[in-house]
Design a protein around this ligand. Structure first.
Ligand code: DX5
Ligand code: ZN
Length: 213
């Protein structure tokens, strides 16, 4: 599955870019929410999200890079977000946060940063619908893929089997047409891609190609 990241879209032509994603073969649309505290960048908030939700006809996947994300979960649900992921690093009561996301009708996901060990996820893997491995330090699009992320995907796949869990494995950061095949073999189910899709000469063809590789 491919989940283009709107962070790399042209915000002056957001309607056009969301319509392009609607017409494309992408599965999810990935929305990066940053607060300038958990990560050194600020992206979009509720007014822009509202405009995106109104236009989009795909599954909407919001990736929260914010501290105290539980304060806003209901707002994302009310807005019409379908899948909501929170960082392990931001959630001291992660079991509760995951349960809250699900109880509000969204699919819960948990994310770990490049420096966080996969093992910390073990107590949570049967509760989430997807796990996101960050393959760059979160905050910006267009960074290079961190090679060690491949081992983390393999470790996570093994954990899924050992624990009898059935979450999807998502990866985010530095994904391009040259590393997708290797990552799919390692166990990735959902590819988030910003820069690769939106700088492509033909973004729709790029999305289809990525899904085929
Ligand atoms: C980074 C975000 C990513 C970002 C990926 O903090 O979580 O979703 O948009 O961008 P690329 O694909 O350009 O690395
Ligand atoms: Zn993201």
């Amino acid at each position: 599955m491919v989940a283009p990241s709107v962070l790399s879209a042209d915000f002056g032509n957001l309607d056009r870019d969301i319509e392009m994603l609607n017409e494309s073969s992408c599965d999810w649309i990935h929305l990066d929410i940053m607060d300038g505290v958990f990560v050194p960048n600020i992206s979009i908030g509720f007014p822009v999200l509202k405009a995106i939700v109104k236009k989009a006809r795909k599954t909407l996947d919001a990736h929260l890079m914010i501290i105290e994300p539980w304060k806003y979960i209901k707002r994302f649900a009310d807005l019409g977000i379908n899948c909501l992921s929170v960082h392990y690093e931001t959630c001291p009561e992660l079991h509760d946060t995951i349960a809250q996301i699900r109880s509000l009708g969204m699919r819960p996901g948990v994310v770990i940063n490049p420096d966080t060990e996969v093992e910390v996820l073990r107590p949570f893997v049967k509760e989430v619908d997807y796990v996101l491995i960050m393959s760059v330090y979160p905050g910006f699009g267009g960074q290079s893929f961190i090679p060690h992320s491949v081992d983390k995907v393999k470790e996570l796949r093994k954990m899924r089997k050992d624990e009898g869990a059935d979450f999807l494995i998502q990866i985010d950061g530095g994904i391009n047409l040259d590393n997708v095949t290797m990552l799919r073999k390692a166990g990735v189910d959902i590819f988030v891609a910003g820069n690769t899709v939106f700088t492509a000469e033909d973004p729709k063809a790029c999305i289809s190609r990525m899904a085929e590789l």
